[in-house]
Design a protein around this ligand. Structure first.
Ligand SMILES: [Cu+2]
Length: 338
């Protein structure tokens, strides 16, 4: 290192001689300015104190997923807190780097700077580093755990018997059925009608009961802060309470086959009275179809061969190796002609 620096030394330019004139410390080490540390800390405190509120109040309200439901609101708040915690860390790295580049760089023809003993060990810096990162990580652990639990499980699927439930005592159940490659919704408290329109009432606690008829899908409504896997044979419950009117996207977020990318539709949050009239009207309009559906259940197991003539299952040995898609097995009599 040393030899490289001296090796580069060209016949002295004006800058180099000026540098040499400023009483160079022995062994080429750059003079340590004891104020450097405090300057860096001061710069960091000031810039953090500017950047954090600037971000929180200017950008914060626009951070996804927005505030369309209490769980989306919670997710947005969490993102903002994480970024507010991360910005000073980012600034610390950048400020240190920038300060080092400006103040401790090698001068053009001067000796290469080398670290003194302080670069190898500095107890106050080490202690502060370990203490502050430990506190930050422990805070994020506690904060993250709490935020995951409230409100009502933060919009994540909790399986068939949720531990964290909404404070509201009246909860509207809506069943979400994934299949290759579409979403349908059943409303058990309105006669169990099934529709491809997801309509939810504002200001009402909703329990999405998410299931699948075939492979694993994932019910993802980011504007509502809801995301729950749709597993065949499983009733996966996720809660949210909408708090803004408007439309939202429903997407499948689990690679589920060829047309996974096309597995989306939209839904809307309407007022409770609009919802009530939509639901009762749809229940009436679809009554003729609903009676041919399988009775409402939390999970369904479709027959591969539709043996009972129904779209939905009979739940009898659903994974039988002799599902024949209607074909006769060797030795079986052919089906009677209709
Ligand atoms: Cu899917």
């Amino acid at each position: 290192m040393e030899s490289k620096a001296t090796g580069q030394g060209e016949p002295s330019a004006a800058g180099a001689s000026a540098e040499a004139g400023a009483s160079p410390p022995p062994t080429g080490a750059v003079a340590v300015n004891t104020h450097d540390g405090w300057r860096i800390v001061g710069l960091w405190v000031v810039l953090s104190a500017i950047a954090d509120p600037l971000f929180y109040y200017l950008a914060g309200p626009h951070i996804p997923p927005g505030t369309m439901s209490n769980t989306a609101d919670g997710a947005q708040f969490d993102f903002n807190v994480l970024i507010v915690a991360a910005l000073p860390v980012l600034l610390a790295v950048w400020i240190y780097m920038g300060y080092a580049i400006v103040n401790w760089r090698a001068s053009r023809n001067g000796p290469e700077p080398v670290g003194g003993p302080r670069a190898r060990s500095n107890l106050p810096v080490q202690t502060a580093w370990v203490a502050s990162t430990t506190m930050l990580v422990l805070f994020l652990f506690g904060f993250g755990t709490y935020e995951l639990v409230q409100p009502g499980g933060a919009g994540g699927g909790q399986g068939p018997s949720p531990v964290w439930t909404p404070a509201s005592r009246t909860v509207l159940p809506i069943q979400v059925i994934g299949q290759q490659w579409k979403w349908t919704y059943r409303y058990p408290t309105y006669g169990g009608f099934e529709t491809s329109q997801l309509v939810v009432p504002d200001d009402t606690a909703i329990a999405f009961h998410v299931t699948s008829l075939d492979v694993v899908h994932d019910f993802w409504v980011y504007q509502l802060g809801v995301k729950a896997d749709a597993n065949p044979g499983q009733d996966n419950v996720a809660y949210t309470t909408p708090q803004q009117l408007g439309t939202f996207m429903v997407r499948c977020d689990e690679l589920c086959g060829l047309w996974h990318g096309a597995m989306f539709n939209s839904g809307s949050v309407v007022t409770p009275s609009q919802f009530q009239s939509w639901a009762t009207r749809t229940e009436r309009q679809l009554a003729a179809n609903t009676k041919y559906l399988a009775p409402f259940a939390w999970t369904y197991t479709p027959d591969a061969n539709g043996a009972d003539g129904g779209y939905y299952p009979d739940n009898v040995d659903p994974y039988s190796p002799v599902e024949t898609y209607g074909a006769a097995q060797p030795g079986e009599p052919l089906p009677a002609k209709k």
